[in-house]
Design a protein around this ligand. Structure first.
Ligand SMILES: [Zn+2]
Ligand SMILES: [Zn+2]
Length: 489
């Protein structure tokens, strides 16, 4: 499972059915507790392991079934220390043990769905919702219509829908995807956002440079003074936070019981659990939150889900940003109407015609997939190619840029010469470009992307590159290698 703190319900169900046969693996365990669970499996006392990504290494002699729930979730990729993707590891372990691997999701990753289309995986479809409940009605609120705004990002449409819930004593979830936010310029008149002409990912604004920068190829652009689509001159930086929204909501609905769930309010152990319990016991009327509120919860009295600004995750300079946005919207929409009363979802956006938002409103995974997979094919993005990311960091920017460029040169030398009549050598190098988070903990970060159809070829080039890196003067610059990166940060 992607996250165990948020799925206590599921664990409890397994434990009540299978008791001692269940071993649990998650980051909340002490080393001693972890060892106990490990030993219970070794001794054959536990036959079921439930846990986050590391559970894939449970020491079973023979594995029969591996179930990866919410297989599209990017938290399956461990991005520090030993890097691995638990879903991909599950597939390898399944193959080695001759086990069945079940990847479950209402919004499968495009890599997995593509594999089901090409016959590599078998597709098992569950077309209906449980108890044949109808899918919630999803409506779009156009944020470009400023006359509908009452307070920042709170429109008349959303506020009146919330009022109705308070009168009926039903619950509301307000979702703000803050994590996907990165500084970008947006035209509030038409929703346009500057993209790299070569890479089709959004450009990120760098204050110091006063430039819009592409984080894949390094392309730079002076920030335009007018929108290239509608000539509007009010280009704005989007800034919105859950705390600010909470304040506005409290002022607007002083009698309502309001709570917030995000990284700031869930620092303490058990705080997740407390908020979720209060929600389940109907002690909260309006819950405002980030990604955390989108996962697996089952609150039958939630009849309204409001998405404050669906565009935020579209701004992330990542070729998966459309896919992620669709997944998020579908997940959060799925929180509405899980009880007897039907649910309603309001998605506020500057880009109501954007394909991932339009698809989320019509629950059209397949249509969206087909459109997006064609784009990936055209651009040469996964699943049609593989990426390996080299991330360089140091407190002195010059050094990082200099060392990254020096290694790039070495790698270019190591690339196999093009064969006669062939232009493509199997591996393309992109960068060095500033990382989307160009400064992190006082360090500057730059990256080089290795891109190719054949992972073996990429690995061969990478190996040469790393050998050069060992030999050359590194001047204290740190290099991290990320194969199949899931987050470009
Ligand atoms: Zn515009
Ligand atoms: Zn680019």
């Amino acid at each position: 499972m992607p996250e165990i703190a948020l799925t206590a319900q599921l664990v409890a169900r397994f434990q009540s059915r299978f008791g001692e046969a269940v071993a649990l693996f998650h980051s909340g365990l002490s080393p001693g507790e972890r060892y106990d669970e490990w030993r219970r499996i070794r001794e054959g006392k536990a036959q079921i392991a439930i846990g986050v990504r590391s559970a894939i290494f449970a020491p079973f002699e023979a594995v029969g079934v591996i179930i990866v729930d919410e297989e599209h979730d990017s938290s399956y990729k461990q991005d520090d220390g030993v890097r691995y993707h638990a879903r991909d590891t599950a597939l390898v372990r399944g193959k080695q043990s001759d086990a069945v691997v079940v990847l479950g999701s209402a919004t499968p990753s495009f890599e997995s769905f593509y594999n089901s289309e090409t016959g590599k995986y078998r597709l098992l479809a569950l077309p209906g919702r449980i108890d044949a409940r109808p899918l919630p009605a999803v409506a779009v609120v156009d944020l470009r219509k400023k006359e509908d705004w009452v307070r920042p990002f709170l429109t008349r449409s959303l506020l009146s829908a919330m009022e109705k819930r308070l009168e009926n004593q039903e619950q509301t979830l307000l979702f703000l995807n803050r994590r996907g936010f990165s500084p970008s310029l947006l035209c509030p008149d038409c929703g346009y956002l500057p993209h790299c002409i070569r890479c089709s990912v959004s450009l990120t604004f760098h204050k110091k440079l006063q430039k819009l920068v592409c984080h894949y190829c390094g392309f730079q652009l002076a920030p335009p003074t007018a929108c290239s689509q509608c000539q509007g001159v009010r280009l704005v930086h989007l800034g919105i936070g859950t705390e600010q929204v909470e304040e506005e909501i409290r002022q607007r609905f002083p009698a309502a019981r309001v709570a917030r769930m995000d990284r700031d309010t869930t620092q303490k152990k058990e705080s997740h659990h407390k908020i979720l319990t209060a929600m389940a016991q109907r002690e909260i009327d309006i819950l405002i939150g980030t990604q955390m509120i989108t996962k697996g919860h089952d609150f039958p009295d939630v009849t309204l889900v409001g998405v404050l600004c669906a565009d935020l995750s579209l701004h992330f300079p990542d070729f998966r940003s459309s896919e992620r946005t669709f997944q998020l919207l579908a997940q959060v929409a799925g929180r509405a109407g899980r009880g007897d009363r039907p649910g309603e979802v309001l998605i506020q956006t500057f880009q109501p015609n954007h394909e991932s938002i339009a698809a989320a409103t019509t629950h059209d995974y397949l249509g969206f997939y087909e459109q997006e997979i064609a784009f990936r094919k055209e651009m040469g993005y996964p699943p049609f190619c593989r990426f390996t990311l080299l991330l360089f960091s140091h407190s002195e920017e010059k050094r990082v840029v200099d060392r990254a460029a020096a290694l790039l040169k070495e790698i270019e030398k190591a690339l196999p010469p093009p064969k006669k009549g062939e232009t493509e050598r199997g591996v393309t190098l992109l960068g060095p470009a500033p990382a989307p988070l160009m400064r992190l903990r006082g360090e500057y970060r730059y990256q080089i992307l290795l891109k190719g159809k054949d992972q073996k070829k990429i690995a061969a080039v990478l190996k040469e590159g790393l050998n050069s890196w060992k030999r050359m003067e590194r001047k204290g610059v740190r290099l991290e290698v990320n194969v199949d990166p899931q987050n470009f940060v």
